[in-house]
Design a protein around this ligand. Structure first.
Ligand code: NAG
Ligand code: NAG
Ligand code: NAG
Ligand code: NAG
Ligand code: NAG
Length: 648
């Protein structure tokens, strides 16, 4: 009925799109209808990325908020200050707090000591350990030597030589200004902001754009202030944190190396060309910090860096604190490190780093938090205001006036209730949050770049474009991509480009370096034909079992049996199909297998005439945490799908 007329109307408005739709009409009579009332993050003939309602009923069924619980309620005994005259840190004992703590112990006195934490360069795996000095006395108003980056402290109530009680253990980090200042007590002059702006990346792991809106409304509101731009068509390029961060930092997600296990070789990661090396070469100070040592991007089941990769590197400190302090796990990860949040160490590190070089050097830093979002969206609901407090503090300190800031994530939830519960989980996983801030002076000097950013908000983009944006920030006088040497191009995406230049409207996933598996450009349609559902699912399980045999995994892993099919969605192809392609369909299938009710999602090609299936089993997505099922292997890919025989 009115379907035909609507298609016609759309035709006259968007001729190209209409052609695609008409050619689809024969397989999917509902396609035009499906698309017509939808909103899109990206809406072009070659990419139609559907906009999702973050508050849809199927997700809100599972949604809750959690109250924030402090890590410690007792008053700080020690306070760290920066003496801006001496340009040195000082640790002070808070006398009031000391008196309160000592009240219970008659005429006891306070004895505080510290130990220096560092990186042991001679260790064969320096990322996984730390050096720890002997205990030294900590006097009142202790001036911290400039050679010290990290300390742990302990304060006891003592009576003479008798130790009555350990009152407080704590830890402090110091971003030390080690630049050689030519004249005593005066600072180097920082090169002008216009040619060398600060560049800061603040990462919240596993957070989709939709999840940010649900779980962190306060932070989301902050990110809507003037100067912030949301890249709504930003699509992930790899499975987990490592490939997605590598795309940004090196221009290559290194998926082959990941697959071949080359990241397991000590020293491999040191050889990659990280963008921070170029910032360093251009006179920048560099920093990298991340919480939750066990799951750190470059260290999870990997040896990490042999050489310290940046000027200021938080890793050894966090490893040390997780070893020597009392920790509290919450939301599935180490949440409190002693008296503070793991996240607070990372964001205090960022604050000190930006403050310390404010007048003396440009800075490039990446600060990544895993601790409260990696496993459970509840953590983000509890920390919304804490995160906002940091953004507000950074704002008050003028950081946003001087810096290009990116607040982003690597991907959305890959497993868990939000992923299993709803069809939108497929998009949630693929669309991480991605905001860019440019300061007022930048908006004034580069109005065209700002105009382009605005347009690019609703174009398809990826981490490779962000990589090129970082290159652009190192060459702000470039006026088109032609001004960049070809060797600077992202090696995995030669057509990717700075987000300060207008992205082509007619971009598809291959142009942005995004593989079919992760591509959100094609809207989907639910298939309800039960016979087809069953047929495809059985073929998929058959392929999975054959894969176990082909890879000699049958002694390790159990065979799968289909338990039930949850959804079968068909991707709506936007390109004009050739005749041979007419029978080829891309399906996204979500299903459960026995044993142990494992949930999987696969993107497969189905030939409807021959009823044959093409799939890559290693690309399967697993929709729940598989840690307890996969203890028999260390291979990250096999872990995803192997149900170990010893697991009953
Ligand atoms: C305080 O110290 C004195 C002398 O060392 C001792 O005799 C007295 O018992 C102490 N008082 C308390 C309450 O511990
Ligand atoms: C940031 O810049 C604006 C104008 O460019 C100025 O009004 C404001 O005071 C600055 N904020 C800080 C904290 O320096
Ligand atoms: C940008 O400036 C640098 C250094 O001043 C110069 O080497 C380069 O050629 C300039 N690039 C363009 C495109 O003007
Ligand atoms: C993207 O467009 C190019 C032509 O510009 C085409 O060759 C390619 O197959 C398209 N890729 C996808 C994923 O549609
Ligand atoms: C599996 O084992 C057979 C016999 O032991 C061997 O020939 C083959 O290369 C192995 N395949 C793989 C992928 O390891």
């Amino acid at each position: 009925m009115s379907l035909g007329r609507n298609v016609f109307l759309l035709c006259s408005i968007q001729f190209l799109l209409c052609k695609a739709k008409l050619s689809l009409h024969s397989h999917y009579p509902n396609v035009a209808k499906t698309l017509e009332n939808k909103k899109f993050y990206v809406d072009s003939p070659s990419c139609k990325m559907p906009e999702m309602d973050p508050f849809s009923a199927d997700i809100m069924r599972f949604f809750k908020r959690r109250q924030f619980r402090e890590c410690s309620s007792d008053k700080d005994l020690l306070i760290s200050e920066f003496d801006s005259h001496l340009r040195q840190y000082r640790i002070k004992i808070d006398e009031n707090s000391a008196q309160q703590h000592l009240k219970k112990f008659g005429n006891a006195t306070l004895k505080c000591e510290y130990q220096v934490i560092g990186r042991n360069k001679k260790d064969s795996f320096p990322d996984n350990h730390f050096s720890f000095s002997k205990l030294q006395p900590l006097s009142q108003s202790f001036l911290v030597p400039k050679t010290i980056d990290f300390i742990s402290t302990q304060c006891h109530a003592v009576h003479g030589n008798i130790d009555l009680k350990l009152l407080q253990k704590d830890a402090f980090l110091f971003v030390q200004d080690r630049l050689n200042h030519e004249h005593k007590n005066t600072e180097h002059h920082r090169p002008d902001l216009q040619s060398k702006p600060n560049v800061i990346i603040l990462g919240i792991d596993s957070t989709s754009r939709m999840n940010l809106r649900r779980s962190m409304p306060k932070v989301h509101k902050f990110l809507q202030r003037p100067g912030w731009f949301e890249m709504q068509g930003y699509n992930k390029v790899g499975e987990n944190t490592l490939p997605n961060l590598l795309a940004i930092l090196t221009g290559n997600a290194e998926e082959n190396a990941l697959f071949n296990g080359r990241f397991g070789h000590s020293g491999f990661i040191d050889k990659l060309k990280f963008i921070w090396q170029l910032f360093k070469k251009n006179g920048y100070m560099t920093a990298f910090g991340e919480d939750c040592a066990k799951i750190n991007t470059f260290n999870y089941q990997k040896p990490g860096f042999k050489q310290q990769p940046v000027d200021f590197y938080l890793r050894n400190f966090i490893v040390a604190l997780e070893t020597i302090l009392k920790t509290r796990r919450e939301f599935g990860n180490v949440f409190c490190l002693g008296r503070k949040l793991g996240f607070q160490y990372v964001f205090d590190f960022a604050r000190q780093f930006m403050q310390r070089f404010e007048n003396s050097a440009p800075v490039f830093g990446i600060f990544w938090s895993n601790s409260f979002t990696h496993e459970d969206f509840l953590g983000a609901t509890a920390l919304d205001h804490v995160f906002l407090e940091y953004l507000t503090l950074y704002d008050e300190l003028g950081f946003f006036n001087r810096s290009i800031v990116m607040v982003l994530s690597d991907h959305g939830y890959r497993y868990g209730v939000t992923r299993q519960a709803s069809k939108s989980g497929y998009l949630e996983e693929r669309l991480p949050l991605m905001f860019i801030h440019v300061p007022p002076w930048f908006r004034k000097i580069y109005p065209q770049y700002v105009e382009n950013l605005k347009i690019n908000q609703n174009r398809l983009s990826s981490g490779f474009d962000l990589h090129m944006t970082l290159h652009h920030l190192l060459h702000l006088n470039a006026t088109s991509m032609a001004d960049f040497s070809p060797k600077l191009q992202a090696s995995q995406c030669k057509m990717c480009q700075s987000l300060f230049f207008q992205l082509p409207a007619n971009r598809n996933c291959s142009h942005a370096g995004i593989r079919e598996k992760w591509c959100s450009c094609e809207p989907t349609e639910t298939v309800t034909n039960q016979r087809l559902l069953r047929k495809v699912a059985q073929e998929v399980v058959h392929h999975m079992n054959r894969h176990l045999r082909d890879r000699n995994l049958t002694t390790l892993c159990q065979n799968y049996a289909l338990k039930k099919v949850l959804y079968l969605d068909s991707k709506i192809s936007l390109s004009e199909d050739s005749v041979e392609d007419e029978q080829l369909h891309t399906y996204i299938i979500t299903f459960e297998t026995n044993p142990s009710s494992a949930h999987f999602e696969a993107t497969v090609q189905w030939n409807s005439e021959k009823e044959t299936l093409n799939m890559n089993v290693d690309e399967l997505s697993r929709l729940e945490s598989y840690e307890k099922h996969s203890k028999c292997t260390r291979d990250p890919i096999i872990k995803k799908y192997c149900i170990c025989k010893e697991f009953k």
